[in-house]
Design a protein around this ligand. Sequence first.
Ligand SMILES: Nc1nc2c(ncn2[C@@H]2O[C@H](COP(=O)(O)OP(=O)(O)OP(=O)(O)O)[C@@H](O)[C@H]2O)c(=O)[nH]1
Length: 624
Amino acid sequence: MPATPTNVPEPSRTDPALLRNFCIIAHIDHGKSTLADRMLQLTGVVDQRQMRAQYLDRMDIERERGITIKSQAVRLPWAPSEGEEKSGTTHILNMIDTPGHVDFTYEVSRSLAACEGCILLVDAAQGIEAQTLANLYLAMENDLTIIPVLNKIDLPAAQPEKFAAELANLVGCDPADVLKVSAKTGVGVPELLNKVVREVPAPVGVKDAPARAMIFDSVYDAYRGVVTYVKVVDGTLRKRERIRMMSTGAAHELLEIGTNSPEMKSADGLSVGEVGYLITGVKDVRQSKVGDTITQLSNGATVALGGYKDPKPMVFSGLYPLDGSDYPELREALDKLQLNDAALVYEPETSAALGFGFRVGFLGLLHLEVIRERLEREFGLDLIATAPNVVYRVDMEDGAEHIVTNPSEFPTGKIDQVHEPVVRGTILAPSEFIGAIMELCQNRRGALLGMDYLSEDRVEIRYTLPLAEVVFDFFDQLKSKTRGYASLDYEPTGEQTSDLVKVDILLHGDKVDAFSAITHKDKAYAYGVRLVAKLRELIPRQNFEVPIQAAIGSRVIARETVRAIRKDVLAKCYGGDISRKRKLLEKQKEGKKRMKMVGSVEVPQEAFIAVLSSDSDGDSKAKK
Ligand SMILES: Nc1nc2c(ncn2[C@@H]2O[C@H](COP(=O)(O)OP(=O)(O)OP(=O)(O)O)[C@@H](O)[C@H]2O)c(=O)[nH]1
């Protein structure tokens, strides 16, 4: 098949010299969406009448239809105003959205790789925060031109001079070069767009080479299938052409290709430096993976752009329907969510305590929360989520290796080494909290990497921390110890060997799989004691005595007992001989023994929920 069908006209290409691809990076709530709104308005792609706040965040529609149609890249025409270099010439600015959270770092970095420059936006009343730094480092890794900008200068609490100095210090420029804008009122935004045209380099690529386009996002749309967002680096992609995904070799036909401004606008092709969407009719985002390279099927490129990485789940949790009969619905809901989330993995799992459910893998805690909330809100499911755990790698003495995603599957036998994932955590906070932060990190088995003052009263503290210690209530603890002033960011950096053990909980001698946890040896005892005490409060008294034990292997490390309800068998025995009373009591004991042997403990569902759910008091206490 020819690479270019002859009946399709050449695409109307934009001169790459007039293209500017950029993104806005910021800490949460520093005003990214509001600034994007102003840019849409200023460039006239959305008129006053259609304008609404956070135009690009279309979550309402997404919710109503249960689909994601979020626009990931918007094409903005902009002619720099007079006095500017190249004034009067209309340029095409592609503003590319980034997911913006640490869980999705890989996807953020792919979005950044589609840009040549970025706006680093900082709230003029807050200053630099942890995600400002994390995003800045990602932008630097991708060799982007960085435009530092202070936002919200209209706020009475704004301290533009102080934070301009801080920001200039961080990116290495003159404080006078930090633009000051208000995304709310629009002050300074035209100057910012001019600066984007002036400073962000135009994309460079080889026009006549075989096409190479990088996928930086793909979303599922119930009506059109998967919509893939790409940046064409070399050559040209044309409508109706056969294309190939370079990581899998899968071939598809390009049914539609075009740009977003901000609605989808079909075109006959995209060429060097252009950013847009394409539709191939695939139904599952896993067939159109972020980071993959697209080329023509015949005479296509042979070398892919950059490295491609499969998303790797970092945190696992068991999800069980509260009502066992909802199991098929849970499966269906997960199937649906997976269409739109290449990083979501799950497999069926059964628990003696909780019944049928799924072990689900997530990129991080935020991802877990988002999925859980979507399952509950969009699919109306009531779920029990077991405490999240990380993935352990266990080397046995006989050379075997086990990957453990569920604590109850931790191997028994002769273990040589256990490896756990670690992260590099960056915490930014006012310097008065250094002591409290260090104490928290030490308690969580952290190792100090370094500390820097960003200004007189703000510090950046870096720690290596086991991911297992971060996934729990670390962030809540950090916030409460710093009165909400600290911000946290972390990235996975590998693994370490640690002295880890599995703590089992036994109810009446039976192991309860859902309560098994892997903890550091030094913390196992405290964990066992707390969980056992918590369970004792939650389990009602039964006709027989119920021991609750925490054990490492066969060694019991903590025990509590739920006392039996003692029936007064002597009630009807007035007076009489003591031997008769003794006989009755002996008989009762016998009966109880039988009950102990055959009976099972009645644990109310609420007890499981209270102990297991990750947001419950019980659980976070148990792990502290
Ligand atoms: N006073 C003032 N408020 C602003 C300005 N820019 C944004 N805000 C407000 O700050 C809040 C956060 O703004 P968003 O645009 O949602 O911030 P964001 O960075 O997109 O936030 P996320 O999408 O949650 O990461 C909103 O209440 C905005 O109205 C500004 O220039 N001045």
